[in-house]
Design a protein around this ligand. Sequence first.
Ligand SMILES: [Zn+2]
Ligand SMILES: [Zn+2]
Length: 152
Amino acid sequence: MINNNYVEALKKSGYKITPQRLAVIDFISANPGHFTADQVFREIKKREPTVTLATVYNIFRAMKSSGIIQSFEVNGSMIYESNNIPHANFICTSCGSIRDYPADGQEFLNLAKTDGSVVQSVDIVIKGLCPKCASEKSVRTHSIRSIKREKS
Ligand SMILES: [Zn+2]
Ligand SMILES: [Zn+2]
């Protein structure tokens, strides 16, 4: 099911709806969440070989300027996401998964405004271990400890 807001956003930005662009919209409609242009490009290329990475970037740029997707940068790569409500992104440094936590960033906005600065965007990125990796790490540390204990 194609998200019509995405189609409308592209039309508003003056884009014609081509099969390649439709394939991009179709993919992110079906796979909402966090994604990079490169990831989406590789997936779409499988069924729409004429799509280019530039097409994906252009569509993301148009959708971002329409405010229906947002993006933030982590370790030099731009991550786009379909959740356009302000929130904090928790990135697992072990498996790379990204989780959303409610946070509007209002206190950061207010902080920056106190000296007359003009805020353009607030990205809240938290890095750590997701529950799954955190429990795996503790299991691993635990088993290493017990092996050591057995040896001594
Ligand atoms: Zn993880
Ligand atoms: Zn997010």
